[in-house]
Design a protein around this ligand. Structure first.
Ligand code: AMP
Ligand code: MG
Length: 312
């Protein structure tokens, strides 16, 4: 595919919004770096981000929203989260919060986790694209896996040229440093990633609210099913739920036609579903180890590995 580069003006944003509604990823500037954005309510659109970046594994992605009102429809805000959003949005602050299941965010966005990372960018191109497409936008940095984050449209073109349909060009981004990430849950504010807004600044705001701790922290970064998982299965064993792919039908299928984009989009939903079935184990048919199939196999292998610590 040829990659179009358009100025991030009204016409460019209208064309980008059209592609977003067609479940295509589009590169768009934010105040930090260029992001590769796709409709966060479409699993297939988000799977195409992974396909374009060639990412070998699924990580939870940040979802861009217009502001607090749209964010509150997607996640549960307590007092501290609301205070932080009111003080720093729009701006380079990402909040990790409990996800509202009913919000319709595709499970590949959170990699199956019950939390979601939300951000309201101050950049008019990102704001314009959210408004014009009418969708919350999942957007990691717009670079091929393993390359550095792009701060100019030319960087995106070098790294993802021919792999995405459109780049919106608004020149150099202003921070060049990825957003500060904070998790707010269970009465605690935890810094997950340092960034343009410092921990000291955030602490001053958090102290004025009931949730008052600001500390470095970690959060479960991956979902894994509770049941044992067997890979490369050609049929179900006794008391196993089989997730099929292509010619192997199974109880359900990731993709009957062997389509990796469809399979990636359905992966976390089908794992959650299998965990709820009244069977002892989960088996998954072989998935080809190329392109998106690498990320799918990576996630399945981690989920199948014997665990030495309790699941997070
Ligand atoms: P980026 O690579 O800039 O898109 O940042 C994504 C990072 O945000 C991930 O590597 C996580 O550190 C963090 N993140 C996103 N979503 C979540 C989530 N649901 N729970 C915890 N951390 C998250
Ligand atoms: Mg990145």
């Amino acid at each position: 595919m040829t990659t179009q580069v358009l100025p991030a003006d009204e016409a460019g944003i209208a064309e980008a919004a059209r592609l977003i509604r067609e479940a295509q990823p589009v590169a768009v500037p934010t105040e930090t770096v260029y992001g590769l954005a796709a409709d966060a309510t479409s699993g297939e659109a988000v799977a195409r981000i992974y396909a374009a970046k060639g990412r070998p594994s699924f990580n939870p992605l940040i979802v861009h929203v217009a502001g607090l009102e749209q964010a509150e429809r997607i996640a549960r805000f307590g007092a501290a989260a609301r205070a932080l959003a009111e003080r720093y949005w729009p701006g380079p602050l990402t909040l990790v919060l409990p996800l509202r299941e009913e919000a319709g965010i595709a499970s590949i966005v959170t990699a199956g986790l019950p939390t979601i990372a939300l951000r309201a960018s101050a950049h008019p191109a990102m704001q314009g694209l959210i408004a014009a497409s009418g969708r919350p936008l999942a957007a990691p940095s717009a670079n091929a896996s393993g390359r550095i984050s792009p701060t100019k449209a030319e960087h995106v073109l070098d790294s993802l040229g021919d792999r995405i349909p459109l780049i919106l060009d608004a020149g150099q981004t202003s921070h060049g440093l990825e957003s500060t990430i904070v998790a707010v849950a269970d009465g605690a504010v935890r810094l997950l990633r340092p960034g343009p807004i410092s921990a000291e600044e955030l602490g001053a705001v958090a102290v004025a609210t009931p949730d008052r701790v600001i500390a470095p922290g970690q959060l479960a970064s991956h979902y894994a099913p509770a049941k044992p998982l067997r890979l490369d299965a050609v049929e179900a064993g006794a008391d196993e739920w089989l997730i099929g792919f292509g010619p192997i039908g199974g109880d359900v299928t990731l993709s009957a036609g062997g389509d990796l984009v469809e399979a990636a989009a359905r992966l976390f939903d089908l794992l959650h579903d299998a965990d709820r079935r009244p069977v002892a184990g989960i088996a998954v048919a072989p998935i080809p180890r190329d392109g998106l199939g690498n990320a799918i196999n990576d996630r399945l292998q981690r989920a199948a590995a014997p665990r030495t610590e309790p699941d997070q």
